[in-house]
Ligand binder design. Structure first.
Ligand SMILES: Nc1nc2c(c(=O)[nH]1)N[C@H]1C(S)=C(S)[C@@H](COP(=O)(O)OP(=O)(O)OC[C@H]3O[C@@H](n4cnc5c(=O)[nH]c(N)nc54)[C@H](O)[C@@H]3O)O[C@H]1N2
Ligand SMILES: Nc1nc2c(c(=O)[nH]1)N[C@H]1C(S)=C(S)[C@@H](COP(=O)(O)OP(=O)(O)OC[C@H]3O[C@@H](n4cnc5c(=O)[nH]c(N)nc54)[C@H](O)[C@@H]3O)O[C@H]1N2
Ligand SMILES: [Mo]
Length: 750
């Protein structure tokens, strides 16, 4: 059979869900929604253009200045020389070997943060980590841009790993629907974001759950700067970004001063309310945290705050907090304070109440599934112990040897000579990109595996062209989803692209570690092994799934793991008997005051939740930068993926900036106008979208654009990260502070 003339249709999976793909003459020509998805994502619409786009990296490429003289300053301006695979692999392997032998593996940064693509075997992160481990290790990173700050603070409060809390112990949607009466959503719950989930989300049901909750009369309140962060039908309290802790403290004050606090709950299940209360009531600092105190800080009326607190005490209330709230300076505080507020309401551990995080962040949160063993390609172990909080990369590159604080530890930054990145785009995701660009000049060598010429690939020294999931076979499965997919190889590798596995196997071979990395196996062998192992464990669990050939034929199956279990398996038993089922905190209870954190002596994260104004917010706005910039996730894509093809869509770039009519009028801005958004850190273009759905004083520019500054000091496509601030959330969490930024906006006359 002539393969290239074949026409066929198959289903594949992705972070944004499953979809049908039509292939003709070795090209993807169309995609359609998967029939089992009630609210399919439109992201796959752009796949045919993106996979075959002219921006694909066609051949192995080396930056000219690096190739000629190992000079570093041309990153971002030099052109690239295309070389044959073998030659490029030889050069890269020799350089990796030189660095590890001269400076040790501690000089290699392989944190390589990023979402890569779905598929259990060809996951670029796992591949690069396994490769670097096989050659002696690397400096790794801790936590994520998504929830890094919460991952540090919440174990102190609830005594459990934050990701386990999120995915296994929070209230599920069934329980919320059946029991919650009042849903207070800090930062909203946005089905637009629930479009994606790590490893895939097959049925996009967040929107249906919200509709069902609203239809049965649940009171749903979106607390945050944008009405559009929650579905229509929700009430909206348009508070200032970065001010939620002040509002939460005032709600707590009302409970305490009106006798609405559940003291029996506090006595039995929490630790340290007595240490927190004097601060709340103003006895320790002379400032009672009254609604009148909070009103000018957060922008909500005192009576609104009082009514809300009373309603929360009167009804079964679930407080939800978006991940965005901890992606800002002092992001630890609203997370900790939301737990304290829920504890004061006394509802933690009862169905449909308490507190939960990120229901609208990704599609998997709130889905209730029985646990099923995973399918993972071993990353081996890392002999190098050094790792940094993920968002501190620019600090690390700039300050080798400098001590920094992180969650009770004080350690020096390593001295990085080589960066290897696969499956992420730091020139899209990191804050203060102009400063990152300076730090990026420090390492001697930067190697990137990428399917597309992203902003990061363009600023590397050696670029290996990687396949996309459509060019290789894989298995699609996420522990937050009840489907299993065979992801067929749909088209031949584009250009000379190779799988990350093949690239790393060839490099490992050249530095004498081939056997350690590949164990003598091909990618096909590994997929067989991983799947057979998964199947064996599934069968042992009583779940019958076909063998690999059977799965290939069926393309996908539904796993019988959907449950209507309610999510309080951690807090439920604790509530029933705190002595027999204590939490994992030092006190065994919810820590309103933490001796551990207090002992760290951090002024930016003391022993109980406090209001600490961020360095940039509407409370510090000035004539140069009067507007607060929030930079949420893009609705039409996943981060910066598929950017080049989307940028071809007329009107898509520069990215849209949402601005209130009052702020627009002041600046003679109308919808569709080309804008310049700027502050002292940088400037980018944007396209005005004037809307009543944003709080006056706040503007929103989604992430997703690549960094494209050809030297004119303005990013052309609208990447908000030329404007955002690159500081840790605090010494405790050291998370990313993307949502803390003030800017000014002006019309950019063409
Ligand atoms: N201002 C601001 N900035 C933010 C945020 C914010 O809210 N505001 N959010 C932050 C958050 S939460 C996140 S998670 C980050 C996201 O930032 P990233 O995860 O870095 O973003 P992606 O665009 O998903 O990057 C994945 C890259 O991997 C490539 N890739 C895909 N498949 C493969 C493969 O098989 N092999 C290889 N080698 N490469 C592959 C893609 O082409 C893409 O370039 O952004 C962060 N940045
Ligand atoms: N379509 C799509 N969905 C995605 C992604 C994507 O790239 N595309 N990325 C995924 C990833 S990696 C992540 S981590 C999650 C992130 O999930 P979230 O963190 O929930 O998402 P964001 O879009 O950053 O922010 C949600 C909203 O929070 C509001 N907000 C910002 N600052 C504040 C504040 O201080 N207080 C209050 N009350 N509200 C505030 C903003 O108005 C913003 O629209 O999204 C995931 N979902
Ligand atoms: Mo994220």
């Amino acid at each position: 059979m002539d393969d290239t003339a074949a026409r066929f249709t198959r289903i594949t999976s992705s972070h944004w869900g499953a979809f049908e793909v039509d292939v003709e003459n070795d090209r993807i020509v169309a995609t359609r929604p998967f029939s089992g998805d009630t609210h399919p994502s439109r992201i796959p619409d752009i796949i045919p253009q993106a996979v075959h786009h002219r921006s694909r990296v066609a051949r192995p490429s080396i930056r000219r200045g690096w190739l000629d003289t190992r000079e570093r300053s041309g990153r971002g301006t030099d052109d690239f020389v295309e070389l044959p695979w073998d030659e490029t692999l030889d050069i890269a392997a020799a350089e990796i070997d030189r660095i590890r032998k001269t400076h040790g593996n501690e000089a290699i940064f392989g944190g390589s943060y990023g979402w890569s693509s779905a598929g259990r075997f060809h996951h670029a992160q796992s591949q690069v980590h396994r490769f670097l481990n096989s050659i002696g290790g690397y400096v790794a990173s801790f936590g994520s841009y998504s929830t890094g700050c919460a991952q540090s603070i919440m174990p102190h409060v609830f005594g459990i790993d934050f990701l386990s809390l999120l995915y296994q112990h929070q209230e599920g949607w069934h329980s919320i629907h059946d029991h919650t009466e009042t849903l207070v959503m800090f930062g909203g719950i946005n089905p637009k974001n629930a479009q994606v989930s790590m490893g895939g989300v097959t049925d996009h049901d967040t929107a249906s759950w919200m509709q069902r909750c609203l239809a049965k009369g649940m009171y749903c309140l979106n607390v945050g700067p944008q009405r559009s962060d929650a579905p229509e039908g929700c009430d909206w309290l348009p508070v200032r970004p970065g001010s939620d802790t002040a509002l939460m403290l005032a709600l707590a004050y009302v409970l305490e001063s009106e006798g609405l606090t559940d003291h029996a709950f506090l006595d039995r299940y929490t630790e340290g309310f007595a240490r927190f209360r004097p601060y709340l009531m103003g006895e320790s600092d002379g400032t009672p945290k009254t609604p009148e105190w909070a009103a000018p800080l957060c922008g909500a009326e005192p009576d609104t705050i009082r009514d809300l607190a009373r309603r929360m005490a009167r009804t079964r209330t679930l407080i939800t907090v978006a991940w965005s709230l901890q992606r800002g300076e002092h992001g630890e505080q609203p997370y900790w304070m939301s737990a304290v507020l829920a504890a004061m309401l006394g509802q933690i551990g009862r169905p449909g109440s308490g507190v939960g995080y990120g229901y609208g962040a990704i599609g998997g949160v709130g889905k209730t599934l029985d646990a099923m063993s995973g399918m993972t390609f071993s990353q081996l172990s890392n002999p190098v112990q050094t790792r940094i909080p993920v968002a501190r990369i620019a600090d690390m590159l700039r300050n080798p040897g400098q001590l920094y604080d992180f969650n009770g530890q004080c350690t020096p930054y390593p001295d990085i000579r080589l960066i290897y990145w696969a499956g992420g785009n730091p020139y899209h995701h990191h804050q203060d990109l102009n400063a990152l660009h300076e730090a990026w000049q420090q390492p001697e060598t930067i190697i990137v595996n990428e399917p597309w010429w992203t902003a990061t690939a363009k600023r590397a020294d050696i670029v290996f062209p990687a396949t996309t999931p459509y060019e290789r076979e894989d298995i699609g499965r996420s522990s937050l989803d009840d489907h299993l997919f065979h992801m067929p190889r749909l088209v031949s590798p584009v250009g000379e692209a190779r799988d990350d596995y093949a690239i790393f196997a060839a490099l490992a071979e050249r530095v004498g570690e081939g056997e350690v990395f590949s164990e003598g196996r091909s990618a096909d062998d590994w997929i067989e092994i991983l799947y057979a192992d998964f199947r064996e464990r599934a069968v042992a669990q009583g779940i019958d799934i076909p063998d690999l050939d059977g799965l290939r034929q069926q393309n996908w199956i539904k796993l019988p793991i959907r449950s209507e279990r309610i999510g309080h398996s951690y807090f439920g038993p604790f509530r029933a008997d705190p002595a027999r089922a204590p939490l994992g905190t030092p006190s065994g209870r919810i820590e309103i005051f933490s001796e551990t954190i207090d002992g760290f002596g951090y002024e930016d994260c003391p022993g109980h939740p406090v209001w600490l104004p961020p360095s940039e917010w509407l409370g510090s706005a000035n004539a140069e930068t009067p507007l607060h910039l929030v930079s949420p996730q893009p609705g039409d894509k996943l981060h910066s993926q598929l950017e080049s093809a989307l940028a071809d869509v007329p009107g898509a770039r520069p990215a849209p900036l949402v601005i209130h009519p009052d702020d627009a009028a002041l600046r003679q801005i109308e919808s569709g106008d080309l804008l310049r958004v700027f502050n002292a850190r940088g400037a980018c273009r944007a396209r005005a979208q004037v809307s009543q759905d944003i709080r006056p004083g706040v503007v929103a520019l989604p992430t997703g654009a690549w960094y494209s500054d050809p030297g004119g000091n303005i990013d052309l496509d609208g990447n908000p990260n030329v404007l955002t601030k690159d500081v840790g959330t605090s010494k405790l969490g050291q998370g990313c502070s993307a949502h803390t930024a003030l800017v000014e906006v002006a019309r950019l006359d063409p």
